[in-house]
Design a protein. Structure first.
Length: 618
């Protein structure tokens, strides 16, 4: 479509069209544990197919919270979502087979082989809690375990409330014989006998109090035992899943983890229990003897554990959004799958994002695969003492030179006790190792946080300039220093060449023009234009209307236009006349300029334009 904008009695034409999403990549891999196919084939780690996409007619419309294989058909699986539906898929040909509309958001779900078309679901029930000393009521969510029974997918289900709690649901499991359903809340274990539900018998099901906060549960496949992992690092075995013990359970415990046990999983024969947590160590417990073996130094906190149907592979999900597949025989890694942990690297056009604290990862969006990881700040994975959290370095900014030879990063750490740390680092691409190697480290480059990094974006600039902008009201120009005094080897490093400011105002964002002749820095609602050769200010451009701080700033390729956004407006300046060419009432969240033409993209939250729009300067 085409829209007209009027400013200073001049009508300008702007092409606007919608962008079609062709592929959605990445996402969290470890919110829910992975599920192996029956053949346990993970030979490549590549994405083979996608069977549910929110952009498609048959896909879920909200976050998927649980997936599980159909217990009656190994070629089919179920998925549950916050959109309130359970969908049954044939994953071999990506066909949607059935949709069950439960009408409530699904947090956890169990499907049993003995009871087809029946679902045991944990959902949330908002309730008003009256305050004695306040006029306003507080809305608190109550967790509810529901039993849905369908005669057919399109029929109205029979719904039964099994239990409720004001405390978080920490686990939902079923015994292998489909006799008992176990649900846990913060410190409570509830055991439900499933036959009594089918026969509509109302019983007072057992409720046990655990000694500390529950984090995860697993049920032994052959014995009447529930394993409970807790926040203190203990694993407790509750022997209660038979008629003789259900009223007076017997317990025993093992303890190795220093902190919360994130996940536990029994092998299919019950010989071993696998556990993982913050220590980045996979622990294998022999159930009968309680002896331990370890797979240590895995690099990141363990979040989930899955075991292949043939019992030959362990799939371990980590906090850095990766899944690693290990062989059961020798515990050697067989395959690694890395998800997204945003800046585009110009050499290979990889997307660069945060990884685990102190690292950045390079991601190939075309193949939907992790490529490599760079450790910006050296990190020793040590266990914290008691409940005190370890504060690691965090990578705040990443920028690249136009040819990808140089990368700049800013990482910082502030634990509120010791002196805050701030580092600016310059990395050079090493052709032999095909990765970035640290060249220069600058300690405390500014007195306060850095808000913007910018390389001179000249296409053939072999010695690029670099600019940092900080909340200390200063901007600094950095240049590449080449010392050729040593006849055998040139010494190359970066050093500060200029320090500037503008009326002691605080900057918010900055950018270079494509040819590098000028750079723009925004201070509140004023945009300053600087000569990059002399580092002197040439012009200041006030925003009209003045409605707040500039959020985004971008030059349009080789054209004399500058795009700016504030909280409520998108504006384009004509730099030949230093006036606003046109503006639009638009709440812009993200802005990106096409490097090859005069188009730019904005992502916005606006009923008039929708989610993403493309504009082109004529």
């Amino acid at each position: 479509m085409e829209s007209k904008q009027i400013h200073n009695n001049v009508i300008k034409s702007v092409n606007t069209r919608e962008i079609v999403i062709s592929q959605i990549s990445g996402g969290s891999l470890n919110k829910i544990p992975g599920v192996f196919s029956t053949d346990s084939n993970v030979s490549t780690g590549d994405v083979v197919k996608k069977i549910s996409d929110s952009t498609e007619r048959n896909g879920h419309k909200d976050e998927i919270t649980c997936i599980m294989m159909d217990p009656n058909n190994s070629s089919q699986l179920y998925s549950g979502s916050l959109d309130g539906t359970v969908r049954k898929w044939d994953y071999n040909n990506s066909n949607l087979l059935e949709v069950y509309d439960l009408g409530v958001p699904i947090y956890k779900m169990i499907i049993l082989i003995s009871y087809p078309n029946q679902f045991f679901v944990v959902t949330g029930e908002p309730k008003k809690i009256e305050k004695k000393k306040a006029s306003n009521d507080k809305i608190q969510e109550r967790y509810v375990l529901l039993h849905f029974k369908f005669d057919s997918p399109n029929s109205q289900p029979k719904i039964q409330i099994l239990c409720k709690s004001w405390y978080d649901c920490t686990g939902l499991e079923v015994s292998n014989d489909d006799e008992y359903l176990v649900i846990t809340f913060i410190q409570t274990i509830r055991v439900i006998k499933l036959k009594s539900i089918q026969n509509s018998i109302r019983l007072k099901w057992p409720k046990y109090k655990h000694g500390s906060r529950i984090s995860c549960i697993a049920i032994h496949p052959t014995k009447s035992c529930i394993a409970i992992g807790d926040y203190k690092g203990r694993i407790t075995y509750w022997y209660c899943l038979n008629e003789l013990q259900i009223e007076n359970p017997v317990t025993s415990s093992v303890h190795w983890h220093a902190h919360k046990v994130n996940y536990i999983k029994f092998t299919s024969d019950g010989t071993y229990l696998l556990s993982g947590g913050e220590e980045a160590v996979l622990v294998l417990w022999q159930f009968e003897t309680k002896n331990m073996s370890f797979l240590p130094r895995l690099g990141s906190e363990i979040c989930t554990i899955s075991i292949s149907p043939d019992q030959t592979l362990y799939a371990v999900g980590f906090l850095d959004n990766s899944i690693k597949i290990y062989s059961v025989i020798n515990l050697e890694i067989r395959q690694s799958i890395q998800g997204l942990k945003y800046v585009v690297e110009p050499r290979n056009h990889y997307i660069v994002l945060n990884g685990i604290p102190g690292t950045i990862q390079f991601y190939n969006a075309y193949t939907d695969r992790h490529v490599m990881e760079v450790e910006v700040s050296l990190r020793s994975l040590v266990s914290r003492s008691f409940e005190k959290e370890i504060i690691y370095h965090h990578v705040r900014h990443v920028a690249f030179s136009s040819n990808g030879e140089w990368m700049a990063t800013v990482d910082s750490r502030d634990d509120g006790v010791t002196t805050p740390e701030l580092y600016l680092k310059f990395w050079q691409f090493d052709l032999s190792s095909q990765t970035y190697v640290l060249n220069t480290r600058v300690d405390h480059p500014h007195l306060k946080s850095i808000v913007s990094l910018n390389f001179h974006r000249g296409t053939n600039n072999t010695c690029p300039n670099f600019m940092t902008v900080s909340l200390d009201n200063k901007f600094k120009i950095w240049k590449l220093n080449i010392d050729s005094k040593d006849s055998e080897k040139k010494i190359i490093n970066w050093e500060c060449n200029f320090v500037g400011s503008y009326r002691q105002e605080t900057p918010s964002v900055a950018t270079y023009s494509k040819d590098g002749s000028i750079f723009a820095i925004a201070y509140g609602s004023i945009i300053t234009l600087w000569d990059s050769r002399l580092n002197v200010i040439n012009y200041s451009l006030p925003l009209i209307p003045n409605d707040g701080t500039v959020k985004h700033l971008a030059f349009i390729n080789d054209l004399p236009f500058l795009v700016t956004t504030t909280k409520r407006h998108l504006s384009v300046f004509n730099l030949l006349t230093c006036t606003i060419w046109w503006n639009q009432n638009l709440e812009v969240h993200h802005l990106a300029v096409d490097p090859k033409n005069s188009s730019f993209v904005v992502a916005c939250n606006n009923e008039r334009f929708g989610g993403i729009i493309l504009k082109k300067i004529l």
